[in-house]
Design a protein around this ligand. Structure first.
Ligand code: ADP
Ligand code: MG
Length: 290
């Protein structure tokens, strides 16, 4: 079982979009996949077609009442399950303040779970709160979505510092699997510069052995694609909503890369060689490669 926390304390970088669509890609390949929505805003819950609060209990009940995960879990597509969020999760920080071992509740619940999954993807809130801490204690890997923006690396040191603290104190197995560039404008200089900055950033910090020593910048980049922004309001993943869009192509490619296969997107390698260099919102002219 691979347990992956999708984390960046900044909002709007592509955490939820990546959690949901990567999970959908993995499920479509036949892997049993569970999404844990740890963000009180419940965007992943909505994205997968559930109404927070109206679809039964949520992770709030798991974290504060000790409810087992199976009572909260819903199947939303073949092989795809979610434990939803609820706005009440925003109060969990205070409610749990006096509870001993509050950072390992989720890990303990996952270990006690009656079902097993190939992938557990955790969508984290844009903060370094007790909810994020629960994800970092339950995860073995961290995937960091980053927006290709001139301030992209701002805050990354702080994030890595937090990951390192958790790795040293509570979860020795935790490692940063990789950084994913989202909202990527193919063909712009900025995109290329951010990638160079990232490579330099990690290369200067790989020794002594750190949780990010083997971190990679994924070759798959998630291009800006309007379909990805549209599908949450239909409660559908990109593979249901627009299966031949660039967004679907990119998340299928990420799923392949995550499993050690060759990324599928044809355009990868150089931003300048992307279909057109306008970074526009149009769909890819070619069908998805296999
Ligand atoms: P986070 O979870 O980090 O706050 P989201 O995944 O919710 O970020 O993305 C922020 C906004 O950007 C959302 O409205 C989402 O639909 C949109 N978005 C995310 N990725 C893309 C993309 N590749 N192309 C276009 N819009 C995107
Ligand atoms: Mg989000």
């Amino acid at each position: 079982m691979r347990r992956i926390a999708v984390l960046n304390q900044k909002g709007g970088v592509g955490k939820t979009t990546s959690t949901v669509n990567l999970a959908a890609a993995l499920a479509a390949e036949g892997h049993r996949t569970l999404v844990l929505d740890l963000d009180p805003q419940a965007h992943a819950t909505l994205h997968l077609g559930l109404l927070p609060g109206r679809s039964g209990p949520s992770l709030y009940d798991v974290l504060t009442q000790g409810m087992p995960l199976e009572e909260v879990r819903r199947e939303v597509a073949p092989n795809l399950y979610i434990c939803g969020s609820h706005i009440d999760l925003a109060g969990a920080e205070l409610e749990l303040i006096n509870m001993v071992g509050r950072e390992t509740i989720l890990r303990d619940q996952l270990e006690a779970d009656t079902e097993s999954f190939d992938y557990v993807l955790m969508d984290c809130p844009p903060s370094l709160s007790i909810l994020t801490l629960n994800a970092l204690c339950a995860a073995k890997e961290v995937l960091i979505p980053l927006q290709a923006h001139f301030l992209a690396l701002h805050g990354l040191s702080k994030l890595l510092e937090t990951i390192n603290l958790v790795a040293r104190r509570v979860n020795r197995e935790l490692r940063v699997a990789g950084v994913l560039l989202c909202l990527y404008d193919a063909g712009t200089r900025l995109g290329g510069e951010v990638i160079e900055d990232l490579d330099r950033f990690f290369d200067g910090r790989r020794s002594p052995p750190m949780p990010w020593s083997d971190a990679q910048v994924y070759r798959t980049r998630i291009r800006r694609n309007i379909r990805l922004a549209e599908c949450p309001s239909f409660g559908q993943s990109i593979f249901q909503y627009a299966p031949s869009s660039r967004g679907a192509e990119d998340y299928a490619s990420l799923a392949a890369e995550l499993q050690g296969r060759q990324p599928a997107s044809l355009w990868i390698g150089s931003g300048a060689r992307a279909h057109g260099s306008d970074g526009a919102h149009e769909e890819a002219p070619t069908a998805r490669s296999a």
